[in-house]
Design a protein around this ligand. Structure first.
Ligand code: GLY
Length: 553
């Protein structure tokens, strides 16, 4: 009793002593990006200024994953008033876009039309997000927080092995566009180790943004070059597309898993909805007390149902009406749970018929930030596939996204990642394409987590596993490192990393009727922070699968 009282007293004092973390933390996919964030914190910036610095730095030093030519979702928590908001910087379809723009006369998808080249690019949201963040949440002017990225772009940096592998995979398309080849290749070839990536044009665009805010990108000489370059290469962007692009502040999706408050991405990301629906289904099972194969079976069955609903219902909230109250309701989850058998897999084809899984890219990036005031940012940013569309607009250094492939190009036809979609995610002028990006906060009275990862449709299953690990009391080094498994309704198979399922688990899952697919490789690049208010300790972890860096200081 005495020790319980002491514990209770210590807990109350820790919380009363103030919601301020003892240290700041940044976890990102590149050491230079993490360093850029701390450079800005050291100048008196807050987490939001640091987020501008990290996002812009990633655009320079991890060009395969995100950039000024792309978009993303930034989940913010402002300590001063507890405000939590999602900045929706998702790309929009150009006004000239049409539902069947990637289909031939016979109605069949034109191979790679939504993946390579400027016709695949949505209108970028990232530059507007950086300006919005600095103006509305930051303490420092853009010219300060963009300075590290401008320096990296102008002076260059020596690329690592990850960059060389990524170029190898997109060598053909980068080679097709001279401005891309001049920047990312070495004499038309995959660069040799020790290659210095220098991007003076991108430095000038960042300077225009620093000087003029959003107008520096969506207006003036940068906009002129973007329009001329895109149109000359077969794209359909117009001046109106750039002028009307706006970041939207949206209310995050909020749910609860046992004592954990889950705050995550709202549509047009499917991330938060699928995450909360999955956790709602799982909340009645004693997962940590079940044998591992049964626990994994139940997690898969929950994903099967939540990913099915993503495909059926989700899209851009400004264009489609979605039954969010139902999808996020514990009662709805209880109904879904009632049809889950612990001893049998339900074939996906037996679930209510409808358009199938929504779209998402496999690359992308994520960073997490916590500052010493307790402000937080979880940001997942993307240009979709590795190096996006592969098209750099001449004279700008801006590599364009191929996010249009995240729309359902044609109902029932799989995209690059084997995913198919329905009318909620059909292409329309000005519409935002559905995403899987899942920047997330997990909160209990004494522990706060900030996390996310790239990885296309697997993003949501990765964040689910991390949320379960958080709820079970594990530390971030384990959330980011443990081997992963995944199911997304269709294809109807459990995909898994090496070592994710033991032989006995594989046999037990097979007996229940699951199809198993060994990926033979790892995926994801999770960046996570834990602030333990009870222990007054901050921890950060960067996924060992990537070349990132997590620093607490
Ligand atoms: N393009 C990746 C995603 O939005 O999920």
């Amino acid at each position: 009793m005495r020790s319980f009282l002491l514990l209770w007293l210590a807990w109350s004092v820790a919380l009363w002593a103030g919601p301020k973390p003892p240290q700041a933390a940044i976890a990102s996919a590149h050491p230079l990006a993490t360093a850029a964030g701390f450079e800005i914190l050291d100048q008196g910036g807050n987490a939001f200024d640091a987020a501008v610095a990290v996002a812009a730095a990633l655009a320079v030093v991890e060009p395969a994953g995100s950039g000024l030519g792309g978009g993303g979702f930034l989940l913010l928590h402002r300590a001063r008033d507890g405000r939590q908001v999602m900045l929706d910087a998702r790309e929009t379809a150009p006004l000239a876009a049409r539902r069947d723009m990637y289909l031939d006369a016979a109605g069949n998808p034109i191979p790679r039309a939504s993946i390579d080249g400027p016709l695949a690019a949505g209108i970028p949201g990232m530059p507007a997000a950086l300006a919005h963040l600095a103006e509305n949440y930051g303490r420092l002017p853009l010219r300060c927080s963009l300075a590290p990225a401008i320096r990296y772009a102008r002076e260059g940096f020596v690329v690592g092995p990850r960059y060389l592998e990524q170029v190898e995979r997109r060598h053909a398309v980068l080679g097709r566009y001279p401005a891309a080849a001049a920047i990312f290749l070495e004499k038309g070839q995959v660069p040799r180790p020790g290659f210095r990536l220098v991007q003076p044009d991108l430095a000038r665009v960042l300077e225009a943004l620093a000087a003029r805010g959003r107008a520096g990108f969506y207006d003036g000489w940068v906009a002129e070059r973007l329009l001329a370059g895109v149109r000359a290469a077969g794209g359909v962007w117009s001046r109106a597309d750039l002028a009307r692009y706006r970041v939207v502040e949206r209310r995050p999706v909020v749910g609860r898993y046992h004592n954990v408050r889950v705050v995550s991405a709202a549509p047009p990301s499917s991330g938060g909805v699928v995450l909360v629906e999955t956790l709602n289904i799982l909340s009645a099972y004693p997962l940590t007390h079940l044998d591992p194969a049964t626990a994994k079976h139940l997690i898969v069955e929950a994903w099967r149902r939540a990913y099915r609903d993503q495909a059926l219902y989700l899209g851009d909230p400004d264009f489609v009406s979605m039954p969010l109250r139902r999808l996020l309701s514990p009662d709805y989850a209880a109904g879904l749970r009632a049809a889950i058998r612990p001893d049998r897999a339900l074939p996906s084809a037996w679930l209510a018929a409808g358009p199938e899984a929504g779209g998402a890219g496999a690359d992308t990036t994520h960073f997490s930030i916590l500052d010493r005031d307790g402000n937080r940012v979880a940001a997942t940013l993307s240009i979709n596939y590795l190096f996006g569309s592969g098209f750099v607009v001449p004279g700008t250094g801006v590599l364009l996204n191929d996010e249009m492939d995240d729309f359902a190009i044609k109902p029932g036809v799989p995209n690059l990642y084997g995913l198919v979609g329905g009318s909620a995610n059909a292409i329309a002028p000005g519409k935002r394409m559905l995403s899987s990006m899942t920047p997330t906060f997990l909160e209990t009275p004494d522990r706060i987590a900030v996390l996310g990862t790239p990885g296309g449709s697997r993003i949501i299953s990765m964040v689910t596993l991390a949320a379960l690990d958080f709820a079970a009391g594990f530390r971030p080094a384990l959330w980011v490192a443990w081997p992963r498994f995944h199911h997304q309704y269709l294809p109807d198979e459990i995909q898994y990393e090496p070592d994710a399922l033991s032989g006995a688990e594989r046999r037990a899952l097979h007996r229940r009727g699951h199809r198993l697919k060994a990926l033979g490789r790892t995926y994801g690049n999770m960046q996570a922070i834990l602030w333990d208010r009870f222990l007054d300790r901050v921890e950060a972890a960067s996924d060992p699968r990537g070349g990132g860096s997590a620093v607490v200081r």
